[in-house]
Design a protein around this ligand. Structure first.
Ligand code: ZN
Length: 137
């Protein structure tokens, strides 16, 4: 939580549909999208500076946190978010088996149920790509 007269904006949780394909400059593209969301939310709340940005990435988004943070910092360099602390949480992949109903965390790149071996699986977590909250004043 922010201290003093700080401000906290909580975002609705949403996932991007389907898999996010990996392209060259994947992190930059995502950093551009997320920084635009941060700045828009900060403007809407009349913040004078953004102090912290909490971001969740599913493991399947295959973000490299250091590259993302570098890209984000470059993009927000001349904005009110230039000194914001960026906190990145990686959400592990969780699968649910459509055959036997068990759910399990994916520990390796082997897309089969670890109880019955079925490959008829749903992804429950791991595709997330969102800003959890931003803090500012
Ligand atoms: Zn199963």
């Amino acid at each position: 939580m922010p201290e003093g007269d700080g401000f906290l904006i909580i975002f609705q949780v949403f996932s991007f549909p389907g898999f996010v394909n990996r392209f060259i400059m994947h992190e930059i593209r995502i950093a551009e999208d997320l920084s635009a969301i941060v700045l828009q939310a900060a403007r809407k709340e009349n913040l004078i500076r953004v102090t912290k940005v909490n971001i969740s990435f599913g493991q399947l988004v295959q973000i490299v946190p250091d590259i993302f943070e570098f890209a984000f910092r470059e993009i927000v360099r001349d904005t009110i978010a230039c000194k914001a602390v960026v906190v990145i949480e990686i959400v592990p992949v969780k699968m649910e088996c459509n055959s036997c109903g068990s759910d399990f965390n994916l520990t390796e790149n082997y897309f089969a149920c670890n109880v019955c071996g079925s490959t008829d699986l749903n992804i429950i977590h791991g595709k997330e790509l969102f800003i959890k909250s931003i803090e500012g004043e």
